[in-house]
Design a protein around this ligand. Structure first.
Ligand SMILES: [Zn+2]
Length: 210
């Protein structure tokens, strides 16, 4: 949508962005068009933590926000097509286009909770800010939750569980040491029911809206 210039036809993901007037400007011909520079909500957590269930529980509950489960972009082939630069660029581009209807997008996805995956993307510039939320629990609880996931989803095996414990620890211990590092809010779901966690996530989104 915004990468193709309506005047000269050039396809340029690196449109110039005027953040004061909210314009995208074609780098080749200078044609300027208004666009909505909206925030993005990036909610991450290890596999098994309950992101997909949260996404379903929250859909339709927050005015002005469209929620998306990041897994829908990879057609279930989660380990081959995700966690690549193209994946993050594409999902951000889709979210930015959805936001042109005047709604913010909240994406629930393991990798979207990792600021380093998003902050350098070309499409990142089209958002006013990205609010990060890390969902985590104790390792013991994570192992319990992972055991209920289907082995067909690749969620079994010692190596996998070890990797997810590491990812869980990333969210648990994340902190922003300086102004260059995005901040992340966190929710410990160890002793929380899915319903309670959903309420907390809704409150978190609403706290950022005001
Ligand atoms: Zn142009």
């Amino acid at each position: 949508m915004f990468y193709s210039c309506g005047k000269c036809g050039a396809f340029r993901p690196d449109q110039i962005i005027d953040t004061e007037k909210n314009l995208v400007i074609c780098p080749e011909c200078g044609d300027a068009r208004p666009f909505k520079r909206m925030p993005l909500y990036a909610i991450g957590g290890a596999s098994g933590i309950g992101k997909s269930a949260l996404c379903k529980a929250i859909a339709g509950k927050v005015n002005g926000v469209v929620v998306l489960d990041g897994d829908v972009f990879s057609d279930g082939k989660r380990y081959s097509t995700q966690n690549t630069e193209d994946f993050y660029e594409n999902v951000l581009r889709i979210a930015m286009n959805i936001s042109q209807s005047g709604v913010a997008v909240a994406i629930f996805h393991a990798g979207f909770g990792v600021p380093a995956n998003l902050e350098h993307c070309i499409a990142r510039r089209y958002f006013s800010e990205i609010h990060y939320l890390g969902i985590y629990c104790s390792d013991q609880e994570l192992v319990k939750r992972l055991s209920t996931k289907s082995s067909a989803q690749g969620a079994s095996g010692k190596g996998y569980i070890t990797a997810m414990k590491g990812f869980n620890a990333f969210f648990r211990s994340y902190y922003s040491p300086d102004s260059q590092t995005p901040e992340m809010d966190k929710i410990d779901t160890t002793d929380s029911t899915p319903e309670k966690t959903a309420e907390k996530v809704i409150e978190w989104i609403q706290s950022k809206q005001s």
